[in-house]
Design a protein around this ligand. Structure first.
Ligand SMILES: Cc1cc2nc3c(=O)[nH]c(=O)nc-3n(C[C@H](O)[C@H](O)[C@H](O)COP(=O)(O)O)c2cc1C
Length: 188
């Protein structure tokens, strides 16, 4: 794998004094903006907050209990919104696919800048829609936390340090990639 992909993970131990620059945020947003888009619809919209500003504070207020303990240490939050049209199954589904693609590119771009990103579905989407006047034809799906890792993990609260030390695992390729028939491992 490319080292940018290999080095990506979802940390919680951000440096709560670090900032991200305007150009870094712009590069991450551009990476999302240039993701493939079904039917060239371009359904994505972003709401961006930098730690300390009003948008960041309002997004923090939507986070669930599992995220509130670590995420506000990040330098920026980017709320990703996409198509909300349950009556149009294709637009609704592929709007979510577009968002996933954009999110992925943004995570890789963050790594290219020496930053890390951590996506969160654990937030109150209805509250976010209300706080940011998000129109009914858009749905907020993910808050992306972006920041720099703390230089010294010993400065982190123990619960964050311990959680970040959990092993990361994936199913082996033989269980997820099939060749001649479903369940038969692809044999390269
Ligand atoms: C759509 C989506 C939503 C997620 N929501 C949360 C979340 O609310 N809180 C959290 O701590 N991690 C969240 N994650 C991160 C996953 O827990 C993480 O990607 C998974 O544990 C694998 O770890 P890795 O990213 O380090 O490989 C989310 C990831 C995705 C793709």
């Amino acid at each position: 794998m490319h080292e940018l992909i290999e080095s990506r993970w979802s940390p919680r131990g951000y440096d709560d004094t670090a900032t991200v620059s305007a150009s870094e945020i712009t590069e991450i947003l551009d990476a999302g903006r240039w993701a493939p888009t079904w039917g060239r619809i371009q359904p994505l919209r972003f709401v961006v907050g930098l730690r300390g500003d009003d948008t960041f504070t309002r997004l923090t207020g939507t986070l669930n209990r599992g995220n509130i303990g670590w995420a506000p240490r990040a330098s920026a939050f980017i709320l990703l919104c996409t198509t909300n049209d349950p009556d149009d199954a294709k637009a609704h589904t592929y709007g979510a696919v577009d968002l996933g693609l954009a999110l992925s590119q943004m995570l890789v771009q963050a790594r290219a800048l020496g930053l890390h990103g951590h996506p969160m579905a654990g937030f109150d989407a209805a509250a976010a829609s209300e706080r940011f006047d998000i129109p009914h034809d858009k749905r907020p799906l993910v808050v992306l936390a972006v920041g720099r890792l703390a230089d010294d993990p010993d400065t982190l609260p123990p619960e964050i340090r311990e959680r970040d030390a959990w092993p990361r695992e994936r199913l082996p390729l033989s269980e997820v990639a099939f060749g001649t028939t479903w369940g038969e491992p692809f044999d390269s």
